[in-house]
Design a protein around this ligand. Structure first.
Ligand code: 2RA
Length: 350
């Protein structure tokens, strides 16, 4: 009998992409149960070509479930993932609630798939979308050259903040469109956009906002610390030096990262390109003379991380600079969760 899957948060931005992904990947599931807040219960959503009724999040909703995926806020996962486990399910959680728990593996199937078996709490965590955008490109380079340090700058899409982020950007674009004076005087974009900043710290239309997440000690943002801490855990490099600056940009979907990676041995761009061409989950798009480089407008809706602008640092033969873009709702969230769950489906079907 094929295992039963539950999708918790089935009606959210990531949940919607999840249903699409489950409908198009190899079918390893028996029943798929859709779970959401009581206010969404009763809605009928399409998955694998069939309408399935959404049920409310209750303890009983997990009975008979083998694997429960969670795409819900941290506090919802923190409470309900252990409930799912107590009802017999393995939880795969896409929130930040468990990622740094030493008893919860943080799994990227292209990098550390064996970690799915090391789950003393019955919970497996999915990394943050910004980490996931770049880590499938970093890991093979680490295996080839021995990573010592990362200096990162993110360019994060508004959908990372959910549907409200997307709606906020579109509303702001509508307010600033057509006025060619905007952007030529201090404050005039703020004035045109008004107070409706949605989940962002400043207007995001016609702007970039060098802050994402919440403020933490030392002036770091939560997103920047996630890039550091999650990279260390996934790569198994607890002493890796990581400095990140996370920036929100007026892009709907597709998180990008400019990476400066320092290695223990000398690198060359051609060798790095070959390593990346052979890496799972990575596509190399690197012909700037022909106008080919990785961009969110091309990567959106696709599965791999797109890597390009690969250069050896001018001043350090052990350092590489490159640019990487990935769909933050797919590999950055739903796809990686689905891939982890598929590893569990194989284990459960044995
Ligand atoms: C963001 N990475 O882009 C976050 C979502 N977890 O806001």
């Amino acid at each position: 009998k094929l295992p039963t899957l539950a999708v918790v948060g089935a009606t959210g931005a990531v949940g919607t992409v999840m249903l699409d992904i489950l409908s198009h990947r190899r079918n390893v599931w028996g029943d798929i149960r859709l779970i959401a807040s009581p206010r969404s219960a009763g809605r009928r959503l399409l998955v694998r070509g069939e309408e399935v009724e959404v049920v409310a999040l209750t303890e009983e909703a997990f009975d008979g479930v083998d694997v429960a995926m969670f795409d819900v806020p941290d506090e919802v996962s923190a409470y309900w993932a252990p409930v799912a486990v107590s009802r017999g399910a393995i939880a795969v959680d896409n929130s930040g609630a468990f990622r740094m728990d030493p008893d919860v593996p943080l799994v990227v199937p292209e990098i550390n798939p064996a970690q799915v078996r090391n789950r003393p709490k019955g919970i497996i965590a999915n990394a943050n979308c910004t980490t996931l955008a770049m880590i499938v490109a970093i890991a093979p380079l680490h295996n080839a050259y021995g990573l010592k340090e990362l200096v990162l700058a993110s360019y994060q899409a508004v959908s990372g903040a959910g549907q409200v982020g997307v709606d906020t950007l579109h509303d702001q674009i509508a307010k600033v469109a057509g006025d060619r004076v905007l952007g030529t005087r201090p404050g005039n974009i703020r004035h045109a956009v008004g107070d409706d900043l949605g989940p962002f710290a400043a207007p995001v239309a016609l702007n970039v906002v060098p802050f994402a997440g919440s403020l933490r000690d030392g002036g770091w943002s939560s997103e920047e610390l996630k890039m550091r801490n999650e990279s260390r855990k996934i790569l198994g490099l607890p002493d890796l030096k990581v400095s990140a600056t996370c920036v929100r940009v007026p892009v709907v979907t597709g998180h990008s990262v400019a990476v400066h990676a320092v290695f223990g041995s000398e690198v060359d761009a051609m060798g790095a390109r070959e390593v990346l061409q052979g890496a799972p989950g990575v596509i190399v798009v690197d012909d700037p003379g022909a106008g080919e480089f990785p961009m969110p407008i091309d990567a959106v809706g696709t599965d791999p991380s797109w890597v390009g602008r690969i250069r050896r640092a001018v001043d350090d033969p052990r350092a590489l600079d490159f640019f990487v873009t990935g769909d933050n709702l797919r590999k950055g969230a739903a796809l990686n969760t689905a891939q982890i769950a598929e590893l569990l489906a194989v284990e459960l079907s044995r």
